[in-house]
Design a protein around this ligand. Structure first.
Ligand code: PLP
Length: 390
């Protein structure tokens, strides 16, 4: 980012803050659209829903909505953010194992596109609420595909014995239960297997499971309208400049090749759309020489970007102020937690108090997971497009 981040312009702003490269976001959305239309040339309707939990910054959502994406929401709050960005209710899906009653009411009254239902118990409540409101709610069953031996490190939500979805072996019973409920309509199947998936062949076992589930529905003489295959496409955290846009084409093609259905397909992407365009900008507070390590103590912390502390996630770190020879640093935040570390033994241009540090690829699960821990203020966001900095 050295050179491309206009330090002077933000010199009087309190660090840390998020900085979003709006050109990159637009390029990403354009390539996403191209990859989708070039993979599925048919008139088949298909839709990408942006997973708001990755980032619900209103300026970014406005742009995402402008490119025609729908929304995958986990709460009533996210549904409201999606609506405010101009995403129509029909393009909103509502996912989550623990939907609250007031959020279900909001979604039913809006007539959102789809509930992704994760248990029969939940479906009963949606049915009750819809009945009382004299409405009919469209839903998909979220199926836990349990890919067992086919699961890899990042394929975490699609395995046995976790809280997500209905185990595929229990789908028939769930469908039978749903048939008895008058105010809900089964319209599709939904899946989501994990996140930061870089090898798109990891999706092949999912496709096979989906094909199996479709066979099951056929034998039960149940027809549905579409399939939602979830999200999880990964990005290159190590080399953000090499491949700034995720490989959407391979992602779409694996489904095109391995799914045996003519039904419309829906996708739910979060990270791959917004992660590359965001950086957390911090300043060096102190350079501390330790016994074996040099520490670059920065003013950004796990309060603004929790992924390294929570998941040991890697982010590329750059000193965007200094051109001096590189040295090795442990880059740490000021919080009194062992895990408040952004990177160990990181090579950075020699650091001085006041240098700007960019923590790259922080646009997903960064700002949206920021907290007030230690009474720290929530980080502000700035944009490469001046029209958005108000
Ligand atoms: C988090 C989530 C997504 C988005 O995942 P990414 O890894 O950010 O693409 C999609 N669908 C569901 C149900 C999710 O929980």
């Amino acid at each position: 980012m050295k050179g491309s981040f206009p330090i002077e312009k933000f010199a009087s702003e309190r660090t840390p803050f998020y900085y979003y490269d709006i050109n990159l976001l637009r390029t990403t959305l354009a390539e996403l659209g191209n990859a989708l239309t070039s993979t599925y040339e048919t008139a088949n309707i298909k839709q990408v829903h942006f997973a708001l939990k990755a980032n619900f910054n209103p300026e970014l959502l406005n742009i995402i909505a402008h490119y025609g994406l729908g929304a995958d929401c986990a709460t009533g709050g996210e549904i409201r953010f999606a609506l405010n960005a101009g995403i129509p209710p029909s393009a909103i899906v509502f996912t989550g194992v623990g939907k609250r009653e007031e959020d279900i009411r909001l979604a039913v009254s809006l007539g959102i596109g789809r509930f992704n239902v994760e248990s029969v118990a939940e479906l009963e409540v949606i049915n009750e609420i819809a009945t009382s409101m004299k409405k009919r709610a469209s839903f998909s069953f979220r199926v836990n595909p349990d890919m067992g031996a086919y699961s890899y490190a990042n394929v975490t939500t699609g395995m046995t014995e976790n809280k997500f979805g209905i185990h595929h072996s229990m789908l028939a019973d769930a469908v039978t239960a749903a048939k008895k409920m008058r105010s809900v309509r089964l319209c599709g199947l939904h899946f989501h297997i994990g996140t930061q998936i870089l090898d798109t062949s990891d999706y092949i076992p999912l496709c096979n499971r989906i094909n199996q589930c479709l066979e099951l529905l056929k034998t039960m003489q149940v027809t549905i309208k579409d399939i939602n295959v979830g999200g999880g496409l990964g990005i290159e955290y190590e080399h953000p400049n090499h491949r700034p846009v995720a490989d959407f084409t391979s992602y779409f093609q694996v489904f095109k090749k391995h799914l045996r259905t003519d039904l419309p397909i829906h996708f739910e992407l979060g990270r791959s759309i917004v992660a590359p365009c965001g950086a957390l900008i911090s300043k060096v507070l102190y350079v501390k020489e330790g016994l074996h390590h040099n520490f670059a103590i920065i003013d950004g912390s796990m309060t603004e970007l929790i992924r390294p502390a929570l998941y040991s996630a890697y982010h590329r770190i750059e000193n965007i102020t200094s051109d001096e020879p590189e040295q090795e640093y442990d880059v740490v935040g000021p919080i009194s937690e062992h895990s408040d570390v952004f990177g160990k033994s990181v090579m950075l241009n020699r650091c001085h108090r006041g240098d700007y540090i960019a923590i790259r690829s922080a646009g997903a699960y960064g700002e949206s997971m920021a907290s007030h821990f230690n009474c720290r203020p929530l980080p502000k966001a700035f944009f490469s497009d001046d029209n958005l900095n108000s």
